[in-house]
Design a protein around this ligand. Structure first.
Ligand code: NAD
Length: 293
């Protein structure tokens, strides 16, 4: 066990669990906490993680704290709400928020923690559960370069690349904008294939043509439409409401920066209608069912 690096990990869900497992494989000491996710906690313990009974014990267990939570509001509630995690974190510790959070929450949280001498960077990840399992996530990081450097062994254990996007909140801003492009491309491809199918063409033929010709190849068609939608497995590992959250953050950034965003508004409206009809907890790839019903 690498006693030089010790990490406290909050949020052992679909992404957090495989990420914590990658840290363990890199011989990093990992302390874990989740309000639910009992099965994942048990599996992580069997692999060598230390399960902390409460946030106070977790905060005192390690100088690096990683959060992989539903969003930045949940993180703020844990830090400053009734559980008051902030009061137990040792001064000089570094909080790394790997969740996909709204950058305005991140900037606020960072400023409030700084007044208690607690440091923070944002490091959301690109890539889903499959990438988390094989430690090939890409980090989009915002914050002080010196802090990012200190966290490099953690990034090396979980991912394959680190992009320093700018000051605190920049990683979260770019993550939301990138996922807007991801969502738009996935919906665009599915809509086009459905129109072609209604015209009478074979969806596999169309998918192959989109890969082979100049207009079609993109990450969503290669990683989601062909392997998860056309096969009918719908198991990318990310629920649709998380994608809606990301587009909502992107639209929020656009409004606050007074940037034109008519396409984003349109895509968000369509996605929100899908979430209402399909329910928040279906896989994101089930957007295809919106057209198929
Ligand atoms: P998830 O719902 O599976 O995991 C979130 C975990 O946080 C759960 O285990 C939950 O019990 C825990 N949690 C919630 N509130 C808590 C609290 N107050 N205290 C302790 N634990 C708490 O979600 P996920 O799919 O793992 O996504 C996590 C984050 O990663 C999200 O911000 C998401 O947008 C982002 N993300 C997800 C994917 C994906 O493919 N699933 C990909 C990239 C980024």
């Amino acid at each position: 066990m690498n006693k030089n690096i010790s990490v406290a990990f909050i949020g052992l869900g679909k992404m957090g669990f495989p990420m914590a497992m990658s840290l363990l494989r890199a011989k990093i000491e990992v302390h874990v906490y989740d309000i639910a996710a009992a099965d994942n906690i048990k599996l992580a313990q069997e692999a060598g993680a230390i399960n902390e009974a409460n946030l106070e014990k977790l905060a005192r267990s390690a100088p690096f704290i990683i959060s992989m939570l539903p969003n930045g509001e949940v993180l703020r509630d844990i830090l400053f709400g009734p559980t008051n995690l902030q009061s137990f974190i040792q001064p000089g510790s570094i909080l790394v928020d790997m969740s996909t959070s709204n950058p305005k929450h991140t900037q606020l949280t960072c400023a409030e923690l700084a007044s208690h001498n607690i440091l923070m960077i944002d490091a959301p990840v690109m890539g889903g559960v499959a990438f988390a399992k094989d430690a090939s996530l890409d980090f989009l990081v915002g914050g002080d370069p010196g802090l990012i450097e200190k966290c490099q062994p953690i990034f090396n254990a979980i991912g394959r690349s680190v992009t320093h996007c700018g000051p605190i909140g920049s990683g979260h801003a770019l993550k939301a904008l990138t996922n807007y492009i991801n969502a738009a491309a996935m919906m665009n491809v599915v809509e086009a294939i459905n129109i072609g199918k209604t015209f009478g063409m074979d969806e596999q033929v169309m998918a192959k043509s989109l890969i082979d010709t100049c207009t079609g190849r993109n990450h969503p068609i290669v990683k989601k439409v062909i392997p998860k939608i056309l096969t009918g497995t719908y198991d990318s590992g990310m629920v649709i409401s998380l994608l809606e959250k990301d587009l909502t953050i992107a639209a929020d950034i656009a409004r606050e920066t007074q940037s034109e965003h008519p396409l984003l508004d349109g895509d968000l409206e369509i996605l929100s209608t899908m979430v209402k009809r399909l329910g928040p907890n279906v896989d994101q790839t089930e957007v295809a069912k919106f057209w198929r019903k």
